[in-house]
Structures are given as C-alpha cells and as structure tokens.
Design a protein around this ligand. Sequence first.
Ligand code: PMP
Length: 385
Amino acid sequence: MKPISNKVANMKPSGIRKFFDLASTMKGVISLGVGEPDFDTPWHISDYAINSLYNGKTHYTANRGLLELRKEITKFHKERYNQIYDPETEVLVTVGGSEGIDIAMRTILEPGDEVIVLDPNYVAYAPTIELAGGVMKSITLTEENEFKLLPEDLKAVITDKTKAMIINFPSNPTGGVMTKEDYEKIVPIIKESDIYVVSDEIYAELSFDQEFASLAQFPEIRDQIIVVNGFSKAFAMTGWRLGYILSNKYLSRMMTKVHQYVIMSAPTMAQHAAIEALKNGYDDVVRMRKDYENRRNLLVKRLNRMGLKTNMPHGTFYVFPNITPTGLDSETFCNRLLEEEKVACVPGNAFGDSGEGFIRISYAYSIDHIIEACNRIEHFISNLG
Ligand code: PMP
C-alpha cells in the first residue's frame, strides 16, 4: 500500500475518547468524562422533526440551510447576544460546530499561516489547523487569571504570519469566560493586527452568574470575527449534528463554497428540529441551565473541600480542578482513579501542555451520579495519604 497522508498517519486519537472507551469496557464505572448533555432532546423538538418526515421533508435544502431556520438563528442572536447578522447572506448552517471550525480553517488558511490557540483548548483545534496547512501557536492560560486571554499575551504571540486565532469562551475544558470588559482590552489588538478570530461560542447559553459576551458585539472588528455555534449543548441535541457559522458576507460566501462540495446541506430533519428548538425551546434551555448550575455548585464545593483547588467556572458543564497537591501527573491520576475507584475523568494534558496538573470533570450527569463520584474521588485522595 502507498503511504497515506503523513498528517493523518501521525495524528493522535482524542484523549477524551481514549478514556471513554477504556471506561466503557469496565463494570461499575461512573463516567464524568464525556462532554455531552445527559438530557435527551426535549420531546417537542424531536416530535417536530418526526412530523417533518411525515410531511415528506426528506430532500436537500439550500446549501446554506433552510431560510426559515436562518431567520430564527439571526433573530435569536440579535435578541440574546446583540449579534447582528443577515439571514440571507451571513449565516451558514453546518453539521455541528465541528464542521464550522473545520471549514473556517480551510477557507482562511494558506499553508504556513500561523493560527493562535489558547492552551488548554478543545481537542479538535490542533488537528483541524494542521489539516488545513496552518501552524499552531499557543498562548498559555493560567489558573491565577481564571483562564482568561490577556492582552499582553496576545500581543506577544502575533507575528506577520499570524492569520487567525481560535477562541472558545465559555471554555472547554476550563469553564473560563471572558466578560465584555475583558474583551475591550483585546479588541484594539485584533483590529490593528487585522487577524481573523474564529469564536467558538458553542457554550454561550451555558453561561452562569454573568452575561455572555462576544467579540462579534464590537462593530469595529465585527467583519474579522467568525462565530461558530450550534444546537448540541444548549438544546441537548448532540446527535442531530447541527450547528452554524455567522460571519461577514464575503467570508460566508467563501465558506459556503467549501460546505457545498463536502456536505451539500446539513441534514434536513435536523434543520426542522432546530427551527422548533429556536421557536419554542428556550424554556428547556433555562431549565437545563439551572440544573447544571446546581450541579456545578455542589461539585466545586466538594472538590475544594477535599483539597483539590477548583476555580468556580462561570460557564460550560466542566470543572477543571488542580490535582498537583496529590503529587500525581494528570494521566496517572486519571488512570489510577479509574482502576482503583472506577471513576472516569479526562487528564488535563489531553487539552494541551498547559492542562498538565489538572483534570477535566464533566457535570453533565445526574446529581446522584456526581455525589457518588465525589465520594469515590475523596476516598481515592485520602488513600494517597
Ligand atoms: N467546540 C467545543 C468547545 C466543544 O466542546 C464541542 C463539542 N464537544 C464542539 C465545538 C463541537 O460540537 P458539535 O459539533 O456537536 O456542535
């Protein structure tokens, strides 16, 4: 056989999946590993999609997605986040946020272009950048600064070769968020350097304690921002595989070309489900968010009480406790926790070098599940002496 692409042959499988697969082969494991809502999709949303099938809506849609859906998306973004986009020319419906990140990278990058990422970060960014020919440059985020992006760090990493930056707030895996005031400090740097920013806002609706803020709210850089969002987290719709990209007209047209050839159009049934989600599903979002918030409060309290310093995350459904007091590295910690107590978490180093010394715990699980997992983690730690 001839050799396949070097980039693909050398690509490491996701560190999240590795633990998930391991845990699923063992009996009695409590998994706090995977980042997806434990809630099923609210029934009225599924029902609406089923009805669309009864009514013969089984064909391709426009490449950009159904106009009715795009109108609901822009309405939602205007009302909820004050992000203003034109449904006809500035929205592209994608197969999850995942496709959004991929086609944004493939649309804007030339081989050798540098892309800034914030470390730790979501596991898909590095491979996506690499497949598109880009070169990743990392900024280390720190626990002391609540895993926020600081202007001096951004300034220091930008070069003539920098084409783009990917940010993700609220952040997977840290739960960190940026406020409007935090963004105000970096807006002038983004404007001056003229870079694109892919803003992965998939956890926007899972913002607690404070209002969600976005770079797309700043008119002076609005045309440089590519907003990636979707239905997976907010509406508990991971399996429907539906997301979208909001960007200026030109970028949206260019990304639609890539989408047109690799996807054609996002699944029609899922697009119908999404229309119902946006029209009538906001009460569900609020209900689930309240539940996540209660679980977060319990989990953070328990972890800190057992000596694992844990920042209060203001978004997502993850906490990122510091495990360095145990003397174990993150991979050993997670391996031993799985073997000895049958609890699956994800080692922080799966999210980049700066994640070492931390583990990611998802609280998209029931309260009972979380309490039992905390009991086991506490037992594990006390046994370490
Ligand atoms: N971005 C982040 C930060 C995520 O955590 C995820 C899912 N884990 C995605 C994007 C992709 O989500 P989806 O493709 O389901 O919309």
